[in-house]
Write a protein that binds this ligand. Structure first.
Ligand code: ATP
Ligand code: MG
Length: 115
């Protein structure tokens, strides 16, 4: 396979997240690299750390070890911390909240009303 000339859009190096000293890390030394246009699917049993890894990338969770780079900028790790709103990452939450008394259109408009 010919290596792509593009720099990675996302690079994780040895990313580790441990919620408590008394438990196993939720995410343990994960490394991966994505080119622009790549699609990545995380598969695994409940509790294996899929959501935690996405939250680490988006900046909703601090990591204890490793680094996250987005478009070659370090956003987490080794002293770096870019807040979620400055990462340019979109995330659809697993447990999202919709207003049951509003239509789909009204639910979407509710979040956009500030803009
Ligand atoms: N905020 C938190 N505080 C403490 N432990 C947490 C927290 N969030 C997740 N965990 C633990 O981290 C581990 C990974 O959870 P995570 O939600 O990332 O799993 P998942 O792969 O997304 O599971 P599912 O398929 O059920 O969505 C689990 O043991 C979970 O209990
Ligand atoms: Mg999950």
């Amino acid at each position: 396979m010919i290596s792509m000339p593009y720099p990675p859009i996302l690079r994780l190096h040895q990313v580790t997240c441990q919620f408590s000293r008394h438990t196993q890390p939720a995410v343990c030394a994960i490394s991966l690299s994505l080119q622009p246009g790549d699609l990545l699917a995380l598969l695994g049993p409940s509790g294996c750390g899929k959501t935690t890894l996405l939250r680490l990338i988006a900046g909703f969770e601090p990591l204890q070890d490793g680094t996250v780079e987005i478009a070659e900028q370090r956003v987490s790790g080794e002293g770096a911390w870019v807040p979620p709103e400055q990462r340019g990452v979109g995330m659809v939450f697993q447990d999202y909240a919709l207003f049951p008394h509003l239509t789909v259109r009204q639910n979407i408009e509710f979040g956009l009303s500030d803009r």
